[in-house]
Design a protein around this ligand. Structure first.
Ligand code: TRP
Length: 449
């Protein structure tokens, strides 16, 4: 988003597309299958859906309400809605720090995506067997320069889009491109489901084994939901500040949650049946996306083009997310510290890139950038998704429920008593009591472990 001239999104579709652009990305196609695979498949999936509906949606509404009410970026929003309570502005800073850390993780994975685009262009995957494709991906992580160059390309593209102020332009294209991504996923799903042995994968992903639900599954589902919906760090507060006064915030948030969840489900429906069919275990993590998918393309008529299109579109989906992440520190530097947009973007991008280099080097098998069995890369992901975002989300709902005036919430939520009149009490109750309680309980169980 560009300047704060308080114009609002042109249309309701505009805001949904922009927020969905931030939400849909590597989180859906790369991270969701990793988490689902590592946390028991169906058990994770059912918990995930419940969390999106009962915690993700209310939190997204909360961020939209805070944003539209204040008309400001997160730091400014907390300052203006709770004057005299300086501490709350720090919540905005938490989001800024969190963006840096997530971006470092994100750009590393995006680097692999760029590498996959290159491999697709050069027809590298063609005719290769599983062992070879797997070996190629594993060696990429062991390389020094190749991943760093790919990451540099991605960080550069992100910064370039922000400096040029063409974020809106990109969002415009993504309105056309993301439905194409959806279309390709559907075709891939059909192909995956017809592979021999696919049924096992479907069963793994969709059939919940309730005995597998435990604290770890719940906390991971919570982290994944926050990550995938881009909530808990105040990023959507900024989006909220651009939403027109007569837009229905609840239905907007609902649409974004639906779009995001559909893409994640489709990713699961493509990846697990294919993985089971090829003999890749669901705990394979990074390989689930970066090995299974190329192998699937290999089996398809027109595989070359599907593969190329898919990874290009995935890169674009990742870009619309990474620009929303980089926008957070940039907005803070420009609005609160008065630094020019170009400088703010350049410095932030350099900072991200440095962290990103460390993250990708930490994946070498002979690295010293590990704490126990945790590489710096995993650590970034774990700290942000498990703690920072959930704590950020917790504080955000507490802010709305306990610091903001109830009437302010009602006015904003109902567009001055015109929509959602019946829903407002239930939503307020969830935001004020249920969400904080649930997040606290989940976090405490994780801390005890
Ligand atoms: N939601 C994005 C994805 O799924 C990643 C992302 C973009 C994000 N902006 C965010 C995550 C803000 C957390 C917070 O790929």
């Amino acid at each position: 988003m560009e300047k704060k001239n308080k114009e609002s999104f042109g249309s309701k579709f505009g805001i949904i597309a922009a927020a969905a652009g931030s939400a849909i990305g590597l989180g859906n196609i790369y991270r969701f299958p990793c988490e689902a695979g590592a946390n028991g498949g169906g058990a994770f999936f059912i918990v995930y859906l419940a969390i999106v509906l009962f915690m993700g949606l209310p939190l997204m509404v909360t961020e939209f309400v805070i944003g539209r009410r204040s008309g400001k970026n997160p730091v400014g929003a907390f300052k203006s809605l709770a004057p005299g309570h300086k501490g709350w502005a720090r919540l905005g800073y938490l989001g800024v720090i969190c963006s840096f850390l997530i971006l470092a993780f994100y750009c590393t994975v995006a680097g692999w995506t760029i590498d996959a685009v290159w491999k697709a262009i050069t027809n590298y995957y063609h005719g290769k067997d599983l062992a070879t494709v797997q070996f190629g991906f594993d060696s990429l992580k062991e390389e020094t320069w190749q991943p760093i160059i790919c990451e540099a390309v991605f960080v550069f593209l992100t910064a370039f889009i922000i400096i040029k102020g063409v974020t809106k332009g990109i969002e415009k294209y993504s309105k056309i491109l993301m439905p194409i991504l959806l279309g390709i996923l559907i075709i891939l799903g059909i192909k995956a489901l017809t592979l021999p042995g696919a049924a096992e994968g479907v069963k793994f992903f969709l059939k919940p084994d309730f005995s597998k639900i435990n604290g770890t599954v719940v906390v991971n589902a919570l982290g994944q939901a926050f990550f995938s919906l881009s909530i808990g760090m105040g990023i959507l507060i900024t989006y909220g500040s651009y939403i027109a006064k007569n837009d229905n915030l609840t239905s907007t948030a609902f649409s974004v949650c639906i779009c995001d969840t559909i893409i994640a489900i489709l990713a699961g429906i493509v990846i697990f049946p294919a993985a089971f069919s090829f003999g890749i275990t669901p705990e394979a993590g990074d390989s689930l996306a970066f090995v299974t998918l190329p192998m699937l393309f290999n089996q398809m008529a027109g595989g070359y083009f599907f593969c190329l299109f898919f990874f290009v579109l995935l890169t674009i989906a990742a870009l619309t997310s990474s620009i929303s992440l980089l926008e957070a520190p940039v907005l803070y530097f420009t609005e609160e510290l008065g630094i020019s947009r170009k400088k703010a973007t350049t410095y932030s991008a350099i900072g991200v890139f440095v962290l990103c280099i460390i993250a990708s080097l930490s994946l070498h098998s002979d690295t010293c950038l590990k704490i126990g069995s945790f590489s710096f890369f995993n650590l970034l992901d774990y700290i942000t998704a498990t703690f920072l975002m959930t704590i950020g989300g917790l504080l955000t709902v507490i802010f709305l429920g306990w610091k903001m005036k109830k009437e302010d919430f009602y006015d904003e939520f109902t567009n001055d008593n015109t929509v959602n009149m019946r829903l407002r009490k239930a939503m307020y109750f969830i935001i004020k009591y249920i969400s904080p309680l649930a997040i606290t309980v989940i976090l405490i169980t994780q801390f005890i472990k």
